[in-house]
Design a protein around this ligand. Structure first.
Ligand code: NAD
Length: 509
């Protein structure tokens, strides 16, 4: 058993199946959960039962009914307090993120920083949940729209951002007046338990927050499916693979609920003939190899102009060969482990398929055995030159594999960028203003995120985050994403004595 001290978080090594109205619930049986760093058992996880799930939803509904009438700026006070506590506990929480995801320390700290930034953002937003006033066509009428709290919101999150994805959803949902039910990934429940601990501690200082405002339900697909099917949840925000979205979305749609989907990506970067290659190499390596290729925005396809490919590739190969792969707790490490053996099997299968399809392995693709903790899955990120795009290149393999393709015209490169079913993130490296604008314009990238001279990953919280097509169409975090957590009421007030009807309709007068 790992000697991890969780006492500060009031968590022991038997982890609860659920936290309902502030109280931990335990099941009869648990499953051991190991760290991807070295395979050491971190704790034993229980899964929530159907009865606990139903109880939590009823409690979340009651919490919503109380919370929705608290003025939004006062709801923001709770989020401000949460932000203060996350600031204080940033290193400790980042340590948990590293332990259960294998993310390097700097990226884990960045993930916690995202939660802090989201708190600041949501506090400001709590005074800006604006509606419109619209010119009425009728005399002595006022037409306006008001944004109102939505209900109990379910958040299902993926393993690779165990804190940030939930924070994008939950911090906005809280200021919008909703209660939150969170089902974290069964691979990363520990940071979720710690995050809920922080929220419960913050609620102590907020008398208006009902105990069931934020609840946690541990479990896997079954718990996710039950949340999707329950008509008491007007919104299910789900982050994960395209396969998960394909199963979840019809269940939510069958009850005419709303789903907010943040699914897989197969992101490309185009390197144009005028690109600053030094900058491009740095951006490409971070986007493709960072987080061991386990970001939704990881760069998976590199589309390089024929004029620069022979200059770019040797630099890229050299950069790949210099990457330090190893224990993510070591500050010098750039690439930590894969999440588990299954991810390594998927990586090997994809590389074998790529070679069958005519690909040439330029760097990496093998397992690291020396100088890394035993019990973890450490790999050298792979760089593969492909003769064309098709087959395996169309798939998101959640591991560090970068496929390299060559192009001659920008139209061709944009067509390649858009030819996959996912539509999350994209980038163009160029110093040509016309090319940049074409890439960003209506006939350019079809992705939810389109960047110039910076990589596909590492988005800021201020923008709306999400993607098109099979990525699911959802938007979270900044801009006007808050609207997904509210309902819009269009309101007409007649302050006159007459009853004029819209469109000039006359009825009995
Ligand atoms: P996953 O699809 O295996 O699981 C994600 C979550 O969904 C987990 O909590 C899981 O228990 C739950 N789940 C799985 N099947 C379900 C079902 N049928 N019904 C309801 N819930 C279900 O994904 P993962 O391996 O944890 O994460 C990696 C994937 O997530 C990648 O495809 C990645 O691109 C994607 N991702 C997307 C974003 C984004 O914002 N677009 C962010 C992070 C990760």
């Amino acid at each position: 058993m790992n000697t991890l001290n969780l006492a500060d978080w009031q968590i022991d090594q038997r982890w609860p199946a659920a936290v309902i109205a502030g109280h931990a619930r335990y099941a009869a049986q648990g499953r051991d959960l190991a760290s991807p760093i070295d395979g050491a058992v971190l704790g034993t996880l229980d899964y929530a039962s159907a009865a606990e799930l139903s109880e939590a939803i009823s409690a979340a509904q009651a919490a919503f009914r109380a919370w929705r009438t608290v003025p939004a700026p006062r709801r923001g006070e709770l989020v401000r307090r949460i932000g203060e506590l996350v600031r204080q506990r940033k290193p400790a929480l980042a340590q948990l993120v590293t332990l259960e995801t294998g993310k390097i320390v700097s990226e884990a700290e960045g993930e916690v920083q995202e939660w802090i930034d989201l708190c600041d953002y949501a506090v400001g937003l709590s005074r800006q949940l604006y509606g419109l006033t619209i010119a009425s066509e009728r005399a002595e009428h006022r037409l306006s729209e008001q944004w109102l709290p939505l209900g109990a919101v379910a958040v299902i999150s993926a393993f690779n951002f165990p804190v940030a994805v939930w924070a994008w959803n939950a911090m906005l949902a809280l200021v919008c007046g909703d209660s939150v039910l969170w089902k974290p990934s069964e691979k990363t429940p520990l940071s979720a338990l710690a995050a809920v601990r922080i929220v419960l501690d913050a609620m102590v200082d907020c008398a208006e927050a009902p105990p069931a405002l934020v609840q946690l339900l541990n479990g896997s697909t079954e718990v996710g499916q039950q949340l999707a099917a329950d008509p008491r949840l007007p919104l299910v925000s789900a982050t994960g693979s395209v396969a998960m979205g394909r199963q979840l979305a019809p269940v939510v749609a069958a009850r005419l609920g709303r789903s907010l989907l943040e699914l897989g990506g197969n992101n490309a970067a185009i390197v144009g003939p005028s690109a600053d290659l030094e900058l491009a190499v740095r951006a490409i390596v971070f986007a493709a190899a960072g987080t061991c290729g386990q970001r939704c925005t990881t760069l998976r396809r590199l589309i390089v102009h024929r004029d620069v490919i022979d200059t770019l590739l040797p630099r890229l190969v050299a950069a790949y060969r210099s990457l330090m792969v190893g224990d993510p707790r070591n500050r010098a490490t750039l690439v930590g482990p894969l999440i588990n053996e299954a991810a390594w099997s998927a990586m090997q299968a994809a590389l074998a398929e790529a070679v069958l399809e005519g690909g040439t392995l330029l760097a990496g693709g093998t397992r690291v055995v020396d100088g890394v903790p035993a019990g973890g899955v450490y790999v050298y990120p792979a760089l593969v030159r492909m003769p064309m795009q098709g087959g395996i290149v169309h798939e998101e393999t959640f591991a560090p594999i970068l496929y390299v393709l060559v192009y001659d015209t920008l139209d061709e490169a944009i067509a390649l960028n858009n030819a996959v079913e996912q539509g999350l993130s994209s980038a163009l490296f160029t110093r040509d203003l016309l090319d940049a604008e074409r890439f960003l314009g209506p006939a350019g990238s079809d992705c939810g995120l389109a960047n110039i001279n910076t990589g596909t990953s590492g988005a800021e919280i201020g923008g709306a985050f999400g993607g098109e097509k099979a990525t699911g169409g959802g938007r979270e975090s900044g801009s006007d994403s808050w609207r997904a957590y509210m309902r819009r009421a269009t309101q007409t007030i007649n302050y006159g004595e007459a009853l004029p009807l819209a469109q000039g309709v006359r009825f009995g007068d």
